[in-house]
Design a protein around this ligand. Structure first.
Ligand SMILES: [Fe+2]
Ligand SMILES: [Fe+2]
Length: 202
């Protein structure tokens, strides 16, 4: 990817190219064209990442209810149920982010989230219902939250660099909820579930 970037930039700086999709009517004076090209590439990356997390959030609205069904601890059920509501809201916010950049919301399959959700299913199948399965659900759910935290952290940073102030506010709101959900799961785990699971294993 870096190679691609630098080779197109070199072509532009040499002033030889004109493939029709960059310097429409603009003087090709190297520096400024290269800057605007970088920002249009960053915008493209921003949009691609948005589509990825949009797919992931939609998949989570189907995966979290399965975790809730499999959970036993009331604290865990409550934490997951409240985060399911937040997840619906994350989708609404993503619609608003797409709208703020003049694009229609669209999804692109997120292989990473697909894998994490599959792994959650395997953990639930392989653990006996009760504290053990609850501990497994928390571990799978926290991996999901960490993926989301990484994605929203990057998206917010991209939005900031691109000067998309409305998107920054929306993405930051979701990022904070993902962090809080992760902390809540840690609390549920350390307060009761891990202790009970360890006792059960003994
Ligand atoms: Fe989310
Ligand atoms: Fe989340």
């Amino acid at each position: 990817m870096d190679n691609k970037k630098s080779s197109s930039a070199t072509t532009l700086q040499n002033g030889k190219q004109s493939n029709g999709n960059q310097s429409n009517g603009k003087p090709s004076n190297g520096k400024s064209t290269s800057g605007s090209m970088q920002s249009s590439q960053l915008m493209q990356l921003f949009e691609d990442e948005l589509k990825d997390i949009y797919w992931a959030e939609k998949a989570l609205t189907k995966a979290i209810p399965k975790m809730i069904k499999n959970a036993t601890s009331q604290d865990l059920i409550e934490a997951l149920t409240s985060h399911l509501d937040e997840t619906e809201n994350h989708i609404t916010r993503l619609h608003q982010v797409f709208e703020s950049i003049g694009k229609k919301a669209s999804a692109k399959k997120c292989e990473a989230m697909d894998g994490l959700i599959e792994e959650a299913g395997d953990i639930m199948d392989s653990c006996e219902q009760g504290p053990m399965r609850d501990a497994g659900i928390i571990s799978a759910a926290q991996k999901v939250e960490h993926y989301e935290i990484a994605s929203y952290g990057t998206l917010r940073q991209f939005a900031e660099t691109l000067g998309l102030s409305e998107a920054v506010v929306l993405l930051e709101a979701t990022l904070n909820e993902e962090k809080a959900a992760d902390e809540k799961l840690t609390m549920v785990a350390t307060d009761t579930i891990n202790i009970e699971a360890a006792q059960e294993a003994a």
